[in-house]
Design a protein around this ligand. Structure first.
Ligand code: AMP
Length: 130
């Protein structure tokens, strides 16, 4: 069965899309730990990031870098934190999180509540900076 992220790539489930190329896709996390929290995934389904081949993993990180640079400009922050968890969705992904301090990376703290309009507004700012 297709993962929820594969269904997002196919357009079967809506998302706040940030970027895509032939192999990778970036969209905003629906339950963000910080404003601008974005996920980068390979379109090809693979459960675990460290099962990706060397070339694919490298290319995914280069794709993530472009998204991170746009995020840095779009959202007030010191830098972009990177996390790999993958316990919830079995489709390899990188979390890109705009941070000011270490605690901004804490997935256990209360997440940010954003309205649809707020998501759209931040999405637009990030896309404009790509
Ligand atoms: P993890 O697999 O533990 O890295 O967590 C999966 C992440 O995917 C969580 O941060 C979720 O909020 C996020 N997520 C799950 N479903 C969606 C969705 N439909 N759209 C955007 N983000 C999602």
């Amino acid at each position: 069965m297709a993962t929820i992220f594969s269904r997002i790539v196919k357009g079967e489930i809506p998302c706040y899309k940030i970027a895509e190329d032939e192999r990778f896709f970036a969209f905003m996390d629906i339950n963000p730990v910080a404003v601008g929290h974005t996920l980068v995934i390979p379109k090809r389904e693979d459960d675990y990031i460290f099962n990706l081949g060397d070339e694919e993993l490298g290319a995914m990180m280069v794709f993530a870098k472009k998204v991170a640079k746009a995020l840095e400009k779009a959202v007030p922050c010191k830098r972009i934190g990177v996390a790999v968890i993958g316990l919830e969705v079995p489709h390899a992904h990188i979390h890109l999180i705009p941070i000011r301090q270490e605690s901004d990376m804490d997935f256990k703290k209360e997440h940010v509540h954003m309205t649809e309009d707020e998501f759209r507004e931040v999405q637009q700012r990030i896309v404009e900076n790509l």
